[in-house]
Design a protein around this ligand. Structure first.
Ligand SMILES: O=C[C@H](O)COP(=O)(O)O
Length: 253
C-alpha cells in the first residue's frame, strides 16, 4: 500500500509574512505522517525560513524548480547543492509552466532528476498533455514520452523513491478537473510505463500524484482510484484550511 502524498505548489504567490503565517497555522494540525506525506513547495526566497519553522513538525518543504549544476554562472538560478544546504526535502521538476514559459526540456529535466537524487532531494516529476493533445487522443503517448525521458539512466531503486505527477495542462488553475476515471487511467498508463522500463515491484512502489484543480470537494474521489496516490495542488494549497482538508482526506483514504 502506497502512502499518499499531498504537495502544495504555491507558485509565485504569498508574501514572506503570509508564508510564515501559513506554516505556523498548519504545523500543529497535520495528520500523522504514518498516513500521509505533507509537502509545501514554496518560493525559493522563503525556503530556509520555512524549513526552520517546520523543522519540529512533519511538514516537508520543497522547491518549485532548480538548475542541474551545483554551481556556476547562471544568474537567477538555484542549485541542488544550495537547496540541500538549507535542508530542502523535495523539488518539483518539469512543471508544465516551467516547460512552457522557461523552455525546460525533457533532457534538462532528466539532468535535474539526477542532480536532485545526488543530494537526497526527492524529485516530483511532472508530465501532462495539452487540450489539443487530449482531443487528438495522444495523451498517453505524450506522458509516456515525458516520463521515459525523465527516467533515462536511473536504476529501479532510484525510481521507487521518486514521485511522479500527472497534470493535464488544461486542468491547471481552470477549475476543470479530469474525471477521476480519466485521471486514474492516465496514472495507470504511467505506472505501466514504469513497469515496462523496470519491473512490477518498482511500478507498484512509485507514487503517482494527480494535479489540476484539486480541491477539498474532489480529492476523496480522486484518491479512491487505484493508481492515484496523492495530489499536486496549486490554488487549494494557498489557504491553510483547504490544505488541511486535503491532508485529512488523504490520511483517511
Ligand atoms: O502544481 C500544481 C498544479 O499546477 C495545479 O494547480 P491548480 O491546483 O491551481 O489547478
Amino acid at each position: 500500500m502506497r502512502k499518499p502524498i499531498i504537495a502544495g505548489n504555491w507558485k509565485m504567490y504569498k508574501t514572506f509574512e503570509e508564508a510564515i503565517q501559513f506554516v505556523e497555522a498548519v504545523q500543529d494540525k497535520l495528520p500523522s505522517n504514518d498516513n500521509v506525506d505533507a509537502v509545501i513547495c514554496a518560493p525559493a526566497l522563503f525556503l530556509p525560513t520555512l524549513v526552520q519553522i517546520a523543522s519540529e513538525s512533519e511538514l516537508a518543504i520543497g522547491a518549485q524548480t532548480m538548475h542541474y549544476e551545483n554551481e556556476g554562472a547562471f544568474t537567477g538560478e538555484i542549485s541542488p547543492a544550495q537547496l540541500a544546504s538549507v535542508a530542502v526535502d523535495y523539488v518539483i521538476l518539469g512543471h508544465s509552466e516551467r516547460r512552457e514559459y522557461y523552455n525546460e526540456t525533457d533532457e534538462a529535466i532528466n539532468k535535474k532528476v539526477a542532480a536532485a537524487l545526488s543530494h537526497n532531494i526527492v524529485p516530483i516529476i511532472c508530465c501532462g498533455e495539452t487540450l489539443q493533445e487530449r482531443e487528438a487522443g495522444t495523451t498517453e503517448q505524450k506522458v509516456a514520452g515525458q516520463i521515459t525521458a525523465a527516467l533515462a539512466g536511473f536504476a529501479a531503486q532510484d525510481v521507487e523513491h521518486m514521485v511522479l505527477a500527472y497534470e493535464p495542462i488544461w486542468a491547471i488553475g481552470t477549475g476543470k478537473t479530469a474525471t477521476a476515471e480519466d485521471a486514474n487511467q492516465v496514472c495507470g498508463a504511467i505506472r505501466a510505463v514504469v513497469e515496462k522500463l523496470y519491473d512490477t515491484a518498482t511500478a507498484q512502489a512509485v507514487r503517482i500524484q494527480y494535479g489540476g484543480s484539486v480541491k477539498p470537494d474532489n480529492i476523496e474521489e480522486l484518491l479512491s482510484k487505484e493508481h492515484i496516490d496523492g495530489a499536486l495542488v496549486g490554488g487549494a494549497s494557498l489557504q491553510a484550511e483547504s490544505y488541511l482538508k486535503l491532508l485529512e482526506a488523504a490520511a483517511n483514504a
